[in-house]
Design a protein around this ligand. Structure first.
Ligand code: HPA
Length: 275
């Protein structure tokens, strides 16, 4: 089945809400708690929105929430689509295109991730400075573009230095003021869905990754391609111990995500106040 144009989702959403969101927020595994704090909320289940998929991952609610926090209008994805669920890069990045049409100027993406850097602890938050992209896929906005422009966008772009400097500097300042365990780092994105073997964790450490996860890079690349520098936050839900028998599992990831969401909430609230 072909995905409809993002404009179809946009028009459908406009029949449900007149909200003009300033910021888009994507909430990953176990971070749905923050979604419940949104004020004056209107929830639209993904299954009702043309072009949106269903979420199968445990801990992902599966609805788009409109409302406000700290007086700023938001559109929140409570749950995301993953490549490992069988979705294409286009399907995974489709909501970012819709959020752009809805008028967002800021994009904050969160995820649960495994800590590769041995200095990290469970509950730490990494602000992405850079990434290693093993998810592949061509990021191609569906909006009408001429063929040459599309080719230029899709090819030979170097991706470094595209995470939002402005938002990350603000986030580090908020972390300092509130004594939050927030550090800069490099995210390695895999297709998943399995967590890593000990040998893979060792290899990733040697490659310079600080955290590993299975999402966010396609969404961040789409945001960038649409002119929005993203801020990506990885919550360290488990720490790789390649030399010990210690297996990461999804329940552990969800539990830590819930605990750390208090830190994420402080961070997001302060960021919104500073906009
Ligand atoms: N690996 C990949 N993805 C993850 C992990 C991990 O260890 N933890 C949370 N998401």
């Amino acid at each position: 089945m072909t995905t409809p144009p993002p404009s179809e989702a946009y028009h459908f959403i406009k029949t449900r809400t007149a909200s003009l969101p300033r910021m888009g927020l994507i909430l990953g595994s176990g971070l749905g708690g923050l979604a419940s704090k949104i004020e004056n909320r209107i929830e639209i289940p993904y299954r009702e929105i043309p072009g949106f998929q269903s979420t199968h991952a445990v801990g992902h609610q599966g609805c788009l929430i409109f409302g406000s926090l700290e007086g700023v209008s938001l559109v929140v994805m409570a749950g995301r689509f993953h490549r490992y669920e069988g979705y294409s890069t286009q399907q995974v990045t489709f909501p970012v295109e819709v959020m752009k049409l809805l008028g967002i100027e800021e994009l904050v993406i969160t995820n649960a991730a495994g800590g590769i850097n041995p200095q990290l602890n469970v509950g730490d938050i990494i602000i992405l400075r850079d990434h290693i992209n093993w998810l592949g896929g061509v990021i191609s906005p569906s909006q009408q573009m001429d063929a040459q422009e599309e080719w230029n966008l899709a090819t030979h772009r170097h991706a470094s230095d595209f995470y939002s400097r402005k938002l990350s500097e603000q986030a580090f300042e908020i972390a300092r003021q509130n004594d939050l365990p927030i550090f800069p780092g490099t995210y390695l994105g895999t297709l998943g869905p399995t967590y890593e073997t000990r040998s893979e964790y060792r290899m990733m450490k040697a490659m310079g990754a600080d955290v590993v996860g299975m999402s966010s890079i396609p969404e961040a690349l789409m945001g960038k391609q649409l002119g929005i520098d993203p801020l990506v936050l990885s919550i360290v839900t488990n720490v790789a111990t390649p030399d010990q028998q210690n297996i990461a599992d999804h329940d552990e990831v969800l539990l830590v995500g819930q605990k750390t969401s208090a830190f994420v909430e402080i961070l997001i609230r302060n960021l919104l106040q500073s906009l």
